[in-house]
Design a protein around this ligand. Structure first.
Ligand code: MTE
Length: 318
């Protein structure tokens, strides 16, 4: 691992020196990880580089996923982000997202359910046992990380509101705050960001609502105060800063599917054999590593989820 990727344990009062910030940025550039021509990696006007705390968490224990791979550092996970409501510049998100007001926060769960309810974030944190899940996150842009999330199963929340027999899909929506999110001025995207899952995908044991990482409350840039994590799908399905969860009968429209249906399918299961129309999905670059590694079917979670797609053509249903 390159030294520039290692997190330096610092007190929350300390700030990343600007020179260190720049050298890390140069390294990312050399590794081809800044910019790019993908729609999902569209270039945006440069934003001012904001000084942000390097590592709010102090000394952190080394963690590993179930395949034995080390988790990325807190610094990697919180300074290389996709959150287009703020900016398409991955390293600019951390600074801009500090403007997001995350308290008070409510999540409305409604639609085809017997017990619709609006939860305060504090209700969700106290009512549902928060547990650690160390998952790989594979972005459709062909980079990946290992992230130690904390959160709870989406199924436990859905069971509480009791979906009716007509409910077949779940639709999620991110907060839309024009005064706090400079990126939503972009006319290219149909805000608010929204996503969807089939009900059985939503109920799968792996699907969580994450409220933190590395044992810390969720950083704003990672989707505070609550975001979805669906580890066998490309990262864009894991929608951030959720305010609405709606149970519906029909497959819902989603932001990325609306802007490029041939590139971003509704399912978007990680599949090394189905190339994106503009690049291969056979390999990926783990942030912090130089050489590429093979991408695993369902991002390595086939045992837990392959049965959801029995009999389906996964090239056609991408
Ligand atoms: N959610 C919202 N609301 N807006 C976004 O731009 N980007 C997605 C996903 N969730 C995104 C989002 C993409 S493309 C990825 S890869 C992951 O968030 C990145 O999550 P991370 O920044 O926590 O690593």
């Amino acid at each position: 691992m390159n030294d520039q990727f290692k997190s330096v344990p610092v007190k929350s009062s300390e700030i990343t020196p600007y020179t260190q910030y720049l050298s890390r940025r140069d390294f990312l550039k050399a590794a081809g990880l800044v910019g790019g021509s993908a729609l999902l990696a569209a270039c945006a006007p440069k934003v001012a580089d904001a000084a942000v705390p390097e590592n709010e968490a102090g000394d952190l224990p080394q963690k590993f996923d179930e395949l034995g791979d080390p988790a990325n550092s807190f610094d990697d996970i919180t300074h290389y982000n996709n959150y287009y409501e703020f900016t398409t510049d991955k390293e600019g998100v951390a600074g801009l997202a500090q403007e997001l007001t995350v308290s008070p926060w409510t999540v409305e769960v409604y639609g085809l359910v017997k017990q619709p309810k609006t939860y305060g974030i504090e209700d969700l944190l106290s009512k549902f046992t928060q547990e650690e899940r160390i998952y790989r996150l594979r972005c459709v842009e062909a980079w990946s990380m290992v992230i130690p999330w904390t959160g709870f199963s989406l199924a436990s929340l859905l069971n509480e509101v009791e979906p009716t027999s007509a409910a077949k899909y779940v639709r999620f929506e991110t907060a839309l705050r024009r005064d706090e999110m400079p990126g939503v001025g972009s006319p290219f995207y149909p805000w608010p960001y929204n996503e969807g899952l089939r009900l059985d995908e939503a109920m799968n044991e792996l699907t969580i609502l994450a409220t933190g990482l590395y044992g810390q409350p969720m950083p704003n840039q990672n989707g505070a105060p609550i975001r979805l994590v669906v580890p066998w799908k490309y990262g864009f399905k894991s929608i951030k800063s959720i305010v609405k969860i709606e149970l519906v009968a029909e497959q819902p429209a989603t932001l990325w599917n609306s802007v490029g249906a041939n590139e971003y399918g509704f399912y978007s299961n990680v599949n090394p054999e189905r190339p994106h129309p503009r690049w291969s999905q056979a390999t990926e670059r783990r942030i912090g590593e130089f050489s590429r590694r093979p991408t695993l079917m369902f991002n390595g979670y086939a045992e837990q989820v392959a049965h959801l797609y029995d009999g389906m053509d996964l090239i056609e249903n991408y």
